[in-house]
Design a protein around this ligand. Structure first.
Ligand code: MSP
Length: 526
């Protein structure tokens, strides 16, 4: 059986997750579910990244010990993923004992093999990003990642010899074009970080305590990114007594990360793996961001939207659909209340909802809700719909395996539109006027069959992202969702003894656009 291992970044449990943060999780969950439907043994890893100065400061601000603080925050994250039905297989916390022990072993290994050495570090430090920068990396004297003020700091520290591996890394990039998706991110890494000269990375701190101690030199704690990145292997039991999951699932098939943390995942992570003599992930997919009209989502600007707020009002599937549909592979996506409501009313209520509703109503009206199966009529219009179904499946698989997720939804919705048009073209109500004619009857049966069979295909195609809607569609079509697997997309003509429900139910309830736009705007101001 094929296996598929997909990871999300582990989250900083330092605040409430907004829709942008939830985006990575929704994406990874969809990827996992797609592979499950394909019958692959799939494993999704997520969790929380709980060490470092940033977290320690947050805890102190809240008047708590760091561990007490991260326990509460991790619980909140877990609750959100439960509400969002994220189907993860392991939730790792970097404060888990097994992780701490494995990271300590990894550090000692690097030390022993000479990849880590002791020195003194002086540089410009950005506290929120927990990163040191050189003079030349600063932008207008500020942090190049977040733009905030940086401070000159000096400390005894251990360093990782990045220079030893950088040549190998670039060669690996060139020989493995699937490693980085989309490919323009590779050039960014080379131009912005590798060409200017990759400096050795400072991998310990002495200025604070909230981190994993270096076993052989306990006044040092391990740099949070070295600690965090290794979660992808420690979660599977690497360097523990039971490493069976590691043996089964590593290397990861897809590691999904946002563009802000591309540097850590595309440069440091592969180098750490090379130093451990482990295979690299097959693909690291860097996604763009969900942004707002006035830039980044931030409480101070008053433009933040939380996933719970949208889910409670519009449902989980509508929320997920919007997020994935709006963020293209080539640029950031823009969240607007107008856009959200438009997609809800137009894509979900009108296009998909009405298609199901009209089809079920016609099946009931003309055939009492029952149909034997495919009758083999070869009308041009039917054949052209069949052809479109076939190409939709191919194009969807292609887009999905190429990590073009917004596009993969666009492809499905093209079929939805085409099928609505098919109803207009075949005019079933005209055929129904003369049911005495056997020819007409067969034509009408063929139309209704094509509608139901196409809706079943659509229900399967949206299933990785919108399982509730898929279940709902299948139930109304009289089909069992438990039996659904991806392969059934090949069985277009094999539906038998169709029995749709007597009265169709709306998949999504149309909303008043102006009212809802105002409602979402009021959420953003809160
Ligand atoms: N803890 C680190 C990751 C360590 S992985 C070894 C971290 N955590 S985070 O909580 O700040 O971010 C988690 C994910 O949310 C990242 O993939 C990040 O890109 C993503 N997003 C945060 N804001 C986002 C948007 N506005 N839009 C899309 N994704 C965004 O980074």
């Amino acid at each position: 059986m094929n296996k598929f291992y997909v990871t999300t970044p582990i989250y900083y449990p330092s605040g409430k997750f907004h829709i942008g943060t939830a985006y990575t999780e929704v994406l990874a969950d969809m990827v996992k579910r797609y592979h499950v439907l394909k019958g692959e043994e799939s494993f999704l890893l997520t969790g929380t990244d709980e060490h470092g100065q940033k977290i320690e400061n947050k805890a102190r601000e809240a008047g708590m010990e760091p561990k007490e603080y991260v326990d509460i925050q991790a619980e909140k994250a877990i609750e959100l993923w439960k509400k969002m039905k994220i189907d993860y297989d392991k939730y790792i916390r970097t404060t888990d004992d097994f992780h701490i022990e494995a990271v300590q072993k990894i550090f000692e290994k690097f030390l022993k093999q000479g990849d880590i050495y002791k020195g003194e570090y002086e540089g410009w430090y950005c506290e929120p990003c927990e990163s040191y920068f050189t003079e030349t990396q600063l932008v207008d004297g500020n942090c190049p990642d977040c733009g905030r003020t940086v401070y000159k700091m000096k400390e005894e520290a251990y360093f990782f010899k990045m220079s030893k591996y950088v040549g190998r890394l670039v060669k690996y990039y060139d020989e493995n074009p699937d490693l980085i998706k989309p490919s323009y991110r590779k050039q960014e890494m080379i131009n912005n970080f590798i060409k200017p000269g990759l400096e050795d990375l400072c991998v310990t701190r002495t200025s604070f305590d909230w981190g994993i101690q270096v076993k052989s030199d306990p006044k040092h704690v391990i740099y949070v990114w070295l600690d965090a990145l290794t979660n992808y292997i420690t979660a599977l039991g690497y360097e523990s007594e039971d490493d069976s999951l590691f043996k089964k699932f590593w290397p990861a098939d897809a590691q999904i990360v946002g563009k802000d943390i591309a540097r850590f995942h595309l440069i440091y992570w592969p180098i750490f793996l090379m130093a451990l003599d482990l295979p690299l992930p097959k693909t690291i997919f860097v996604h763009n961001w969900v942004t707002m009209k006035d830039g980044k989502m931030s409480k101070s600007v008053g433009n933040v939207i939380y996933p719970e707020q949208l889910i409670d009002r519009y449902g989980l599937d509508a929320t997920k659909y919007y997020l994935i549909r709006e963020v293209p592979t080539s640029s950031d996506g823009l969240f607007t209340p107008e856009g959200f409501v438009e997609r809800f009313n137009s894509d979900l209520c009108n296009d998909l909802g009405n298609l199901l509703n009209r089809s079920i109503a016609m099946c009931n009206k003309y055939f009492d809700g029952k149909l034997d199966g495919y009758n083999g009529l070869k009308n041009d219009v039917d054949l052209s719909l069949e052809e479109m179904v076939k190409t939709t499946i191919e194009n969807f698989d292609l887009a999905f395996s190429n990590f073009e997720f917004a596009n993969s939804l666009k492809i499905i919705w093209k079929l939805v539109s085409r099928t609505n048009k098919y109803i207009d073209e075949t005019e079933p109500w005209k055929l129904a006027k003369d049911m005495e004619s056997e020819d007409n009857q067969e034509k009408l049966k063929s139309v209704i069959y094509h509608l139901i069979a196409t809706l079943k295909q659509i229900a399967i195609l949206i299933r990785p992202l919108m399982e509730e809607t898929s279940d709902n569609m299948l139930r109304q079509l009289g089909l069992l969702s438990e039996d659904i697997v991806w392969n059934q997309l090949q069985n277009y003509k094999e539906l038998k003894d169709i029995r749709v429900i007597e009265k169709g139910e709306p998949l999504f309830q149309r909303v008043d656009a102006n009212e809802e736009i105002e409602y979402i705007k009021s959420l953003m101001k809160k």
